[in-house]
Design a protein around this ligand. Structure first.
Ligand code: NAD
Length: 441
């Protein structure tokens, strides 16, 4: 099939590349000229394991190309995916301006039947708005009788495992309101269903809602465990034991039950807030959803609070090594990363920060500039540090050579924001160690 993907970010680039890998002819379009120019030179705009190889292979084999002109691409395709950003708007509701812009451009230039599929995360009712825009634009050109469909196909990939998630989805959710759209989407996803990955067809509003409900549920599990961890710390229970104890119940399951320094990224924070706002707009108070975000905002301060406690409330002149900056491992995405909250508070308190992340330092510079020292590895970051704060659980942080870390440091405080170290071992190594849900020992 011939496919146009509009918006060549994390979702658009991965979607386009994976559809190309399945044999389709794909054009990825973006308004960001620099991004398209770089992609045409084989330079990836994002870090995502396995992406570069797959992009280059599909470009070489003639199935994938990049363009800045949606108009040109429309001349050749009837299947269009909109994967543009939907950042938080003024009141935390999703800002749909890019989604609407795409609809407008499609309506202005389409010349025959098309199916416009929204892959971006958009609130319930967006497809109806898109449809209205398309009708208006077609009518302006006297083409009000031209047939078209809109569909919803929310994306569930995780950054850091995006290719794997796209190619091996737990499920594909598709919302349609016509047989023609259903047939096209069924055909497109046939290689996936043939491999046993289920496609769940539903109406459009349900598909739009499924994405928000999924993200809010996952975020709820994280905030729940963070709240439990904070109580464990006070009452002397071990949250890691509690996690294993409840995760063994198959009704609960083991995943997304890790206490930590708070969730971040481009999805959970904005989608949880947007769902709450959708409820509010429709007069439905979503108390639980609102609390999930509130718990998370508080949790992002926990590592800072522990560092402050370690130094009797005064961080002035202290040197803090921050291990990991990205909001999670295997990505360079710094959007809403808890590390940014911790670092800002440290700087405000008069501490200096030596940071290291395997891939996210360039992205971090866009947020923090030269206000912190960027180091070449975790040992370099520990040089002269009074404390180390682990913020992202990259594999290479799991088993450092501790005596080298200690030789580099001038203090011995270690705050583990992701609960990856063993408290007894850290004590033996001579650290004053604290983690989420556990006081300093
Ligand atoms: N990042 C994720 O892990 C993830 C996962 C699932 C769903 N989503 C959702 O997918 C959507 C896209 O997210 P993302 O992380 O890929 O965003 P992104 O910011 O990485 O990419 C969006 C791209 O759209 C481009 N764009 C904006 N307006 C355009 C237009 N009119 N024409 C062409 N291009 C345009 C931007 O230049 C940008 O490159 C969002 O709704 C997001 O919530 C993201």
């Amino acid at each position: 099939m011939k496919i146009t993907i509009v918006g060549t970010g994390y979702v658009g680039l991965v979607t386009g590349t994976c559809f190309a890998e399945m044999g389709n002819r794909v054009t990825c379009v973006d308004v960001n000229e620099q991004k398209i120019e770089q992609l045409n030179q084989g330079i990836m705009p994002i870090f995502e394991p396995g992406l570069e190889e797959l992009v280059k292979k599909n470009v070489r084999e003639g199935r994938l190309k990049f363009s800045t002109s949606l108009k040109d691409s429309l001349a050749d395709t009837q299947l269009i995916f909109s994967a543009v950003g939907t950042p938080p708007g003024e009141n935390d509701e999703a800002d749909l301006r890019y989604v609407m812009e795409v609809a407008r451009t499609v309506g202005q230039h389409a010349t025959e039947y098309f199916l416009l599929v929204t892959k971006s995360t958009v609130p319930v009712g967006t497809a109806a708005i898109v449809k209205t825009i398309l009708k208006e634009e077609l009518a302006k050109r006297g083409m009000q009788d031209m047939e078209f469909d809109v569909a919803s196909n929310p994306e569930f990939l995780k950054e850091g495992a995006a290719i794997k998630d796209f190619m091996h989805p737990d499920r594909v959710v598709v919302g349609v309101d016509s047989d023609r759209a259903r047939d096209i989407m069924t055909k497109l996803y046939q290689p996936f269903t043939l491999n046993g990955f289920p496609i769940i067809m539903m109406d459009v509003p349900s598909a739009e809602m499924t994405k928000y409900a999924a993200n809010a549920m996952l975020a709820t599990r994280i905030s729940f465990m963070n709240e439990v961890a904070n109580l464990c710390e006070i009452v002397g229970a071990d949250v890691e034991s509690v996690r294993k104890g409840i995760g063994a119940d198959e009704r609960i399951g083991t995943r997304f039950l890790y206490a930590g320094a708070g969730y971040g990224g481009s999805c959970f924070p904005k989608d949880v807030k947007a769902l709450y706002q959708t409820g509010k707009q429709h007069g439905v108070e979503m108390t639980l959803v609102e609390a999930v975000e509130r718990v998370n905002a508080r949790q992002k301060n926990i590592v800072f609070d522990k560092l402050k406690e370690a130094f009797g409330g005064d961080l002035k002149g202290k040197v803090i090594a921050v291990w990991g900056l990205a909001f999670k491992p295997e990505t360079d995405d710094m959007r809403e990363a808890p590390s940014l909250v911790v670092i800002e508070k440290l700087l405000e308190a008069g501490a200096s920060v030596r940071a290291f992340d395997p891939v996210a330092m360039e992205e971090t510079k866009k947020h923090l500039g030269e206000r912190i020292t960027y180091c070449k590895n975790l040992y370099d970051a520990a040089e002269g540090a009074d404390a180390v704060a682990l913020m992202t659980e990259w594999k290479q942080f799991r088993m450092p050579v501790w005596n080298e870390v200690q030789t580099a440091m001038r203090g011995n405080v270690l705050v583990d924001g992701r609960n990856i170290y063993d408290p007894a071992e850290m004590k033996k190594e001579g650290f004053r160690y604290a983690r989420i849900g556990r006081k300093f020992e």
